[in-house]
Ligand binder design. Structure first.
Ligand code: DGT
Ligand code: CA
Ligand code: CA
Ligand code: ZN
Length: 588
């Protein structure tokens, strides 16, 4: 029989049931049972359908008979009346409130019960009126934090992760290119510049017959509103809230329109100034001589005619080609003037990656499954780095479980089953005072250590900076994981003096991670030029919690390019032999 839901879908529902029960004030043991059941299901070896058919599901550790029953119903029918009734009995707004930093189920329930609040708008009003601070267990500080969380949420809701925008834009460009009226089609804007978040999508099309192109665009499936429909420009709003603009231009204007709408504004301003210095005016329409005075006389020679691509636009202004991700109005124009635009890293340059989780901690797949997935990427090596015990919410490994994993990795390497060399690592928590959450002896058994912060993210800047530097100075630290802990559009970065972190990493030969999870992209691209100048190596790490998340390296490479990095700056472009030598040297 074809299953209607897989393990991950069902685990998500179990987690949601746990949360809903908690919001209703149910007994904590019952709540725990659902969360534990979800984890047991996520990390289950083997096929769920088989387990059910053989009647063995209820015997799995963490899944009792009652839970097994519900899982079977979901697996077979894709529905669960118990869940649907539960969901209907809890106001939607309460679930949304959980997304505000600092609001757990207990607090949401208190606010609901004591103040009768069911929506975020009502919560914002109650904060403004000082009614939240008066509740037992809240206080002025926590009220301010909630109010700030709501404000951020509003600002965040206007933007989207680069990864989600890319997933929406790709098929639209493909579709545009298939239309018979379309000569060329590209996406532009912040998406093309690989910015970590994207406000709206911008599409540029070359065509002599815009009408049918516009019709196709505003008729896309998923369009919930057409906010503009003109001769050459249309705007739509898609399901999920993303907005998109389409501009259709005649083919001879395409290069100029693409350049203009790729931006950034700052880059465009510098380009226009450069054109003006030559007596030309640059716009989305083209390049023309600035006419001055009443005589209408042009002071400058005419610009080159028939510019068909962006290289031609740059060349006309005496510049080599500037890749879109560098067009931020920093020093890309100066570099292009001296033909000094570096050859940026490409995803094909990667030979492996570090920082990946397995089901030993909070990942979804086994060592073997991760190794097989890395082999499919064509990689020579894969670093495993599960959580350490301080990350208890992520089922972190204690000494015994870590020792067992090291052993399992050695055996797997020796077996020659996969053409991928596994490295035994650990994502070791950096404790609040900067010590590492694991004894030196066991750390020395590992091939490498990623040191990361997962708690006390709100420390003052000086304390956080010293904490990270102390971890960087630990002789076993190979790399610093997601340095600020930010979650794009959800959680602000920790306050940290990144310039000092970079200096400390340089002084101690510690690599800094570019965490490629699309929600993190941390360290931020704005710091990588400085890190590279100081000789700090970057490791582009997917932080994969499932085999398919190895694909996140694509997002990481995009951001590395934006940070002007070449393959030489990135550790995991090196060959297996070079990596082995590097890690051995670091272990001393
Ligand atoms: P976003 O959508 O907020 O993530 O950022 P962008 O860069 O995609 O901005 P958007 O969609 O407003 O406009 C696309 C590009 O068009 C922008 O990067 C540069 C160009 N552009 C738009 N408005 C202006 C303007 O007023 N002046 C200049 N110089 N360029 C503009
Ligand atoms: Ca845009
Ligand atoms: Ca736009
Ligand atoms: Zn982490």
């Amino acid at each position: 029989m074809e299953a209607s839901m897989n393990k991950a879908d069902i685990a998500d529902i179990l987690n949601e049931i746990g949360t809903l029960l908690e919001l209703k004030g149910e007994n904590p043991f019952k709540v725990r049972a659902y969360h534990n059941g979800a984890r047991a299901l996520e990390t289950l070896d083997g096929d769920l359908g088989e387990l059910i058919a053989e009647g063995r599901l209820g015997k799995v550790k963490g899944i009792g008979a009652a839970l097994a029953q519900k899982i079977e119903t979901l697996y077979e029918t894709g529905r669960l009346p118990f869940y649907e009734e539960l969901r209907a009995s809890v106001p939607e707004g309460l679930l949304e409130m959980l997304e505000i930093p600092g609001m757990g189920a207990k607090k949401v329930r208190a606010i609901h019960e004591k103040l009768g609040i069911t929506t975020i708008e009502e919560l914002a009003e109650a904060c403004a009126a000082g009614r939240v601070a008066e509740l037992p267990g809240f206080g002025k500080k926590s009220e301010e934090k909630i109010a700030a969380g709501i404000r951020n949420r509003e600002a965040y809701s206007k933007r989207h992760l680069w990864w989600s925008a890319y997933a929406v834009a790709g098929p639209i460009v493909e579709g545009l290119r298939k239309l018979p009226q379309v000569e060329r089609a590209e996406y532009a804007g912040s998406l093309r510049r690989n910015l970590e978040t994207v406000g709206d999508l911008d599409f540029i099309v070359a065509s002599r017959e815009p009408g049918p192109v516009m019709d196709w665009f505003v008729g896309l499936p998923g369009v919930i509103e057409v906010t503009g429909r003109g001769e050459t420009k249309s705007s739509i709003r898609l399901e999920g809230g993303m907005q998109a603009d389409l501009r259709v231009v005649p083919p001879e204007q395409f290069a100029f329109a693409l350049h203009h709408f790729t931006g950034s504004k700052e880059h465009n301003v510098m380009m226009r100034q450069r054109a003006l210095a030559r007596g030309w005016s640059l716009s989305e329409w083209g390049l023309s001589v600035v006419e001055h005075g009443e005589t209408g006389e042009g002071g400058a020679p005419p610009p080159p005619a028939d510019i068909r691509d962006e290289s031609g636009v740059f060349a006309a202004l005496g510049l080599s080609y500037i890749p879109p991700e560098l067009r931020e109005g920093l020093n890309e124009i100066e570099a292009a003037e001296h033909d000094a635009i570096p050859e940026l890293i490409r995803v094909e340059d990667l030979q492996g990656c570090f920082h990946n989780h397995t089901h030993a901690s909070d990942g979804r797949n086994s060592l073997e499954e991760m190794a097989a997935a890395a082999a499919e990427h064509g990689w020579a090596y894969l670093g495993i780095a599960d959580h350490s015990r301080a990350a208890f919410q992520a089922n972190g490994l204690d000494e015994d479980r870590l020792a067992a994993q090291i052993e399992a990795i050695r055996r797997l390497n020796a077996s020659g089953r996969f053409p991928v060399r596994l490295f035994a690592g650990l994502e070791c928590d950096i404790l609040a005072d900067g010590r590492l959450d694991m004894d030196g002896d066991l750390l020395r058994e590992l091939d490498y250590v990623v040191a990361s912060v997962h708690n006390a993210l709100g420390q003052p800047e000086e304390e956080m900076t010293r904490r990270l530097i102390r971890a960087i100075e630990h002789p076993c630290t190979t790399m610093l994981g997601h340095p600020t802990g930010r979650l794009l559009l959800a959680r602000e970065p920790s306050r940290v003096d990144m310039a000092r972190i970079i200096d400390a990493a340089a002084a101690n030969g510690v690599v800094i991670e570019l965490n490629a999870n699309p929600r993190r992209l941390d360290m931020d691209w704005r710091w990588w030029s400085r890190a590279a100048e100081k000789g700090v190596l970057c490791s582009i790490n997917p932080d994969a919690h499932a085999t398919e998340q190895l694909d996140f390296v694509e997002a990481g490479v995009r951001v590395a390019r934006k940070g002007w990095l070449t393959r030489e700056h990135v550790l995991n472009t090196r060959s297996l032999a070079e990596i082995e030598a590097f890690l051995r040297r670091k272990r001393g």
